[in-house]
Ligand binder design. Sequence first.
Ligand SMILES: *Cc1c(COP(=O)(O)O)cnc(C)c1O
Length: 490
Amino acid sequence: MNFIQTRGYDKSKPQSVTFAKAILSPIASFGGLYVPEVLPNLGSEFLNKHLNSSYKDLAKDMLNCFEIDIDSDVIDEALALYDNFDDSLNPVPVVKVKENLYVSELYHGPTRAFKDMALQPFGVVLSSIAKKRNENYLILAATSGDTGPAALETFKNRANIQVVCLYPNGGTSDVQRLQMVTEDADNLKVIGINGVFDDAQNALKKLLASENFKSALKEKHISLSAANSVNFGRIIFQIIYHIHSYLELVRQNAIEMGEKVYLNVPSGNFGNALGGYYAWKMGLPVEKIIISSNENNVLTKLIKTGKYDLRGLSVVGTTSPAMDILRSSNVERILYDMFGDERTKELMYNLETNNFYELNDDELKELQHSFDADFCNGEEGKKYIKDTFTNYGYLMDPHTATCFKAYETCSNPDIKTIAYSTAEWTKFSPVIANALTGEIGTYDIEALESISKVASLEIPVMVKELFNKKIVQNTIIEKENIQEEILKFI
Ligand SMILES: *Cc1c(COP(=O)(O)O)cnc(C)c1O
């Protein structure tokens, strides 16, 4: 299958590209994104066939339906990485928390957040394409804490790929920072920036636009690619777990095959929610997708009012930092799917030039037919963490907690909900310790130990050993010096 473009076709790029091309250079005509020409229709036959399949068999068959230009042995190698999750037979456990609320845990991979679900297999796929074409790629990533560790972990020692990861020095949790600065491989470089996440992100954007930088790369025969969630190579792996989670509910006799469910997704860049939307379009029985946010609630406002309004807004720091996002990139793919390329181009142009767009009444109605939304502030989130632990014995992280508010405000209680848990408690331990015991200002290591005691949970080995690992990535610089530092590395 080929991939087409959300903002139409500007005649400078091919009208449609293969999967491999779409993931090597993910930006399409007019700054748009690539989307599949058609979504495969799986239907109830596919669901019935895979009722008792392993995660990998389900994944393999679903990927086959997309008919992508990736060799079958590469796909096998990519999917084999799910064997390294906590339970190789079931990398994504789905747990009943209360009444009609089930939580699908997407964090059982090596870096304890849901980014592993897509980045683990994506690393194998991208590296194998680069190798086959005999090309070298540089991946630049700016991270607020979860993407960086997952990208480093997946590309570590992979052929034909180098990774430079920028993080705000002091702006991540200790666990997140240690996950990055202890990564030891010749093809990885981790750089701390004196500044906040936006500084790292803006520096990176400037670099990507710099002719001087691009020609320096060209001289070394290195091309740029991207591993952020606009890359369809990540999205494709995020469709699978929605189908898997649904089948888990059928296997647990929580629902009958064909019964509709809510998917409740803690959202930032909308990759996770988009995966659910595609799964629905491909035949998964879904009632509605519920978008949960924190105080950066642009998505709630969009879905409630039809207005995407960034005027005068700036990102606020929250207790769920992976969702501290105002420009939610993958919403564009929804606009395209609902309203077509011309309208998407117009809306995105408005957003980019005026920081604002507004859907008309029919469009808003269509959006609300598929989505509902609410946001949860940090204090409410901590209350959900504490109450859910106290009343149901279930411990969750602050991102997951945002779903519990929208579960109460947006769902019909007779319909079952699958809420997605995107991070393990170990990644955001100071907030969780504060929610459970009231302690404040603790370092990760202290918070981990106190949660471990209060909740009788073991700290997983890969988190515990971080604190004894050698720090090998020592570079901390001013943002003005990023280009020089990167050129020194490659
Ligand atoms: C990335 C991330 C999210 C947001 O996911 P999107 O696909 O960008 O919407 C939510 N929670 C955690 C913990 C994350 O790392």
